[in-house]
Design a protein around this ligand. Structure first.
Ligand SMILES: Nc1nc2c(c(=O)[nH]1)N[C@H]1C(S)=C(S)[C@@H](COP(=O)(O)OP(=O)(O)OC[C@H]3O[C@@H](n4cnc5c(=O)[nH]c(N)nc54)[C@H](O)[C@@H]3O)O[C@H]1N2
Ligand SMILES: Nc1nc2c(c(=O)[nH]1)N[C@H]1C(S)=C(S)[C@@H](COP(=O)(O)OP(=O)(O)OC[C@H]3O[C@@H](n4cnc5c(=O)[nH]c(N)nc54)[C@H](O)[C@@H]3O)O[C@H]1N2
Ligand SMILES: [Mo]
Length: 781
């Protein structure tokens, strides 16, 4: 397999072991609203497929309820006065996928070699069901074989002890891990001696954190769910809530109904942002009614949002100069710094540059500015369409600049809302899962445990791959997730992972990360969010999570664990810690037996968690106060700071993609997946059925490049040194997107993203702007 081969005619699929896709997807136009009967039908289908209908139907009534469990889907907040259902179609998929009746037993592994499984796609791997016992890879037979829990935990501790330095270990966290697992994991890593804690945030909202921290002194969003009830305008940048945050559509719909402007900026026409029928509103369903979501829909080019926002600011400055009352001068004077430099930069940028970069006309940007100018309270939401570019930090800062111009901070119905992905990705960071911990956190840990903490910063996700590539012999431990498949440059990543002494994944389902084995490899199966977590005395344990709006609340599973042999994440992690570090400094067994003990530690170390155990037991939990809401900014000036970054003229991949015959590709989610977990082969709102190997291209580009709709093509990319990367066999679909832009699903396209193609300051793989060209495919005529 050679994704960095110079020979573009070389077929990596034939030479390597990438999953094989045999489906022939069909394309039909989708005219219905998002949600509606289609969503209900899909709920039924996924309940059936789980083969555990009774269990799952019961679970749904406990989703996002005060006495139930937090949806393992997205991080959207739960309303104060919830209805008896607080779930969506895709939450149902997440729950039924976990609570399936299927099991991956030792017989399964005896039957299928790892080399064989590598040719299975992501759907087929996870669809085998729940992992049930610890397994160890045997390189001689190329099969996973059972290993006892004690032997597995001993092996991990021994391998860690054998490393030359703790910095040869990498501790990865996926954002589903609850606060208790996250706290224990970071404590284990730091007491052992490293800050090598990459996480899925590195691939996700990192740019939001970096930008918000620099601008406002706090890396989190500052609006709460109730703010959406008071906003006069909601701007939604680069986000597809109809698929990825379906409960947000209910919130947007209510806002739209009371007359708020919902202004969307999205490179694709996304159905969920146009029309929505709420499956929980009987009247709407019976009358086949629906409600519009976006009042205005703008389609910038990929990576064009910074220019769009700057265009809006330019329009506002011009109107201010003409004497119109469009800026909040009092707010600007009292609470912000560096406005003058920003104004100069914006005024110096000409409309031609803004138009060519954004893909919108001056008229459109002025119209968007007018919508903004007439709103007295504006929320800006954004997600991966903003954060997965090379200039994402600058773009997020530009959005904050725009909000500040009209004083949209520290007032009801206004502010920043980076809509997070994984259900506890924000909480994991709060707990200290971060490769660049603050000095304050390290000081607090030292005070509590009387041990010195590692001060050197650790590796993030991209740097972790580079480290494994360049320095063989590392130990990689994954707390959930599917690191190998989620990160960029799959070919390089897989070769780098294979350099490890040991790879060990704490997981619920089989995935490709388990198949890319180090010298030794372990699968450690754990219980999931929907399951009851009992200690040895039989008492059930509460876990806690923090949503996108900084609400911290409890979650308790209700189902029997998929197997008696399963252990909880906390049990596995404390088991490793005991063997590695002993119990002198931390009583790991006490933590394992009672998560209240972990929460007591958190209370002492993490700011905002005083009296954690009592407060988290109140219905709906508690809010971690965001100082921005009180107009307190811990920046060098003590004020909210404007940035005046240059527009991203020099973005490598934009330049590459502007070459004759090239396109800019964004890699995104279908309606039937949760990240690398693929629930099925349909993408209902985009009209795709029975297949994922499609590429969405503008009709004009299809003709210009000499192809036709429905044709099979291979996608070819390259890194900065001109080394090619390719994935084969994608069907061309004509789609409503600006010329020069294309779209395909992740993770199948991750081999195309060069490892060093990443965000400035955020280091997030720039997976929404990959230069690619199409070649006629040999795979299917
Ligand atoms: N069902 C389900 N729910 C999920 C997930 C899932 O996979 N499935 N994943 C979870 C996670 S971890 C995350 S981070 C979130 C992700 O949530 P999203 O950010 O909504 O995820 P993507 O599918 O990557 O969608 C990116 C959207 O941005 C648009 N876009 C891409 N590039 C640009 C651009 O340059 N400018 C503009 N204006 N628009 C652009 C795309 O057309 C698309 O609509 O969802 C979370 N929730
Ligand atoms: N090209 C491209 N790449 C991307 C993205 C993109 O838009 N484009 N998005 C990026 C983003 S936003 C993210 S967040 C990352 C996601 O990266 P990850 O978080 O690493 O990946 P997931 O696919 O969410 O992980 C799925 C696996 O988690 C395990 N799992 C599920 N539930 C549990 C549990 O309760 N406990 C444990 N221990 N394990 C569990 C299962 O084994 C399952 O196979 O991918 C990133 N990669
Ligand atoms: Mo994410």
């Amino acid at each position: 397999m050679s994704y960095d081969s110079h020979d573009s005619a070389h077929d990596d699929r034939a030479a390597g072991d990438w999953p094989v896709y045999e489906q022939d997807p069909t394309v039909t136009e989708y005219h219905n609203p998002a949600g509606g009967w289609g969503a209900l039908k899909s709920v039924g289908k996924h309940l059936l497929h789980s083969r555990a209908i009774g269990t799952n139907a019961r679970s749904l009534f406990k989703l996002n309820q005060p006495d139930g469990f937090d949806c393992p889907g997205c991080a959207w907040g739960d309303p104060e006065h919830g209805s008896s259902f607080e779930f969506c179609e895709n939450g149902v998929k997440a729950v039924t996928w976990e609570a399936t009746a299927k099991r991956v037993t030792r017989d399964f592994f005896a039957k299928h070699s790892v080399s064989e499984l590598k040719r299975w796609d992501d759907y087929r791997l996870e669809d085998q069901g729940r992992l049930v016992e610890p397994m160890r890879y045997n390189a001689e037979t190329d099969h996973y074989e059972p290993i006892g829990w004690e032997a597995a935990l001993d092996l991990i501790a021994d391998e860690l002890k054998a490393l030359a330095t703790p910095n040869d270990a990498i501790f990865y966290t996926s954002g589903k891990a609850p606060n208790e697992s996250a706290y224990v994991f970071q404590l284990l890593a730091r007491l052992y001696g490293t800050n090598n804690m990459p996480d899925c945030s590195n691939m996700c909202h990192e740019a939001s954190g970096v930008a918000l921290n620099a601008a406002l002194g706090t890396g989190k969003g500052n609006v709460r769910l109730e703010d959406f009830e008071q906003a006069e305008a909601i701007f939604v940048f680069g986000q597809n809530p109809g698929t990825n945050h379906p409960r947000m559509l209910g919130t947007l719909r209510e806002a739209a109904e009371r007359g708020a402007d919902i202004v969307t900026f999205n490179t694709l026409k996304e159905r969920g942002l146009e029309k929505f029928a709420d499956p929980q509103k009987a009247g709407e369903m019976l009358h086949n009614g629906s409600h519009r979501i976006s009042s205005h829909y703008f389609r910038p080019k990929l990576g064009g949002d910074m220019a769009v926002v700057r265009g809006m600011a330019k329009a506002l400055f011009a109107r201010d100069a003409a004497g119109e009352d469009v800026l909040d001068h009092a707010f600007l004077a009292d609470h912000t710094a560096q406005l003058a430099a920003y104004r100069t930069t914006v005024e110096a940028t000409d409309w031609a540059a803004l138009e060519s970069q954004s893909g919108l006309s001056r008229d459109e940007m002025e119209q968007a500015a007018e919508l903004y100018a007439r709103s007295k309270a504006t929320i800006a939401c954004w997600a991966m369409g903003i954060t997965q570019h090379q200039h994402s930090v600058a773009t997020v800062r530009e959005i904050v600049n725009l909000l500040m111009l009209r004083g949209n901070l520290g007032r009801p119905g206004a502010g920043t809302s980076p809509v997070r992905g994984h259900s506890n990705v924000q909480g994991d960071r709060t707990m200290g899962i971060y490769e660049k911990p603050s000095e304050a956190l390290l000081d607090a840990l030292e005070a509590k445990y009387s041990r010195s903490m590692p001060r050197a910063h650790g590796v993030d996700s991209v740097a972790a791959v580079q480290a494994m590539r360049d320095h063989p012999g590392k130990v990689f431990i994954g707390l959930g997730g599917n690191f190998t498949r989620a990160i960029s440059d799959s070919g390089v990543t897989e070769r780098s992972m294979a350099n490890c002494r040991l790879t060990a994944f704490i997981s619920t389902k089989l995935n490709r990360s388990h198949l890319v084995t180090g010298e030794s490899a372990l699968i450690l199966p754990c219980i999931g969010r929907s399951e009851i977590d009992r200690n040895t005395a039989g008492t059930s344990q509460l876990i806690t999570v923090e949503d996108s709006m900084s609400m911290v609340h409890g979650s308790a599973g209700i189902n029997r664990p998929a197997d008696k042999a399963l252990r909880s994440e906390v049990s596995i992690l404390t088991g490793i810690a005991e063997r590695l570090l002993g119990s002198e400094v931390v009583d790991w067994a006490a933590m394992r037996e009672d998560y209240d003990v972990i929460r007591d530690h958190i209370s002492e170390v993490i700011p905002g968690f005083t009296d954690f155990n009592a407060r988290v037991r109140t219905p709906r939990g508690f809010w971690l106060v965001n100082p921005v809401t009180q107009l307190r900014f811990s920046t060098p000036t003590g004020k909210a700071e404007f940035s005046s970054d240059a527009l991203p003229e020099a973005v490598m991949h934009q330049r590459l993609a502007e070459r004759e015959g090239w396109l800019t590709l964004q890699t995104m989610r279908s309606h039937d997946q949760y990240n690398t977990t693929v629930y099925g082969y349909d993408d209902r709102y985009r009209g795709i059925e029975n297949g994922r190997q499609v590429i969405f291209v503008n009709q004009t580009d299809i003709e210009r490049l000499g192809f036709r709709t429905g044709q099979w093509v291979d996608l070819v990319g390259e890194n900065a040194d001109g080394e090619t990367r390719r994935v084969n066999g994608f069907k061309i679909v004509a789609y409503d997107t600006p010329t020069g832009c294309a779209a395909a699903y992740y993770p199948e396209t991750n081999p195309l993203i060069p490892l060093d193609h990443k965000g400035d300051f955020s280091h997030t793989p720039a997976s929404k702007s990959i230069a690619v060209r199409l070649e006629a495919s040999a795979r299917l005529a």
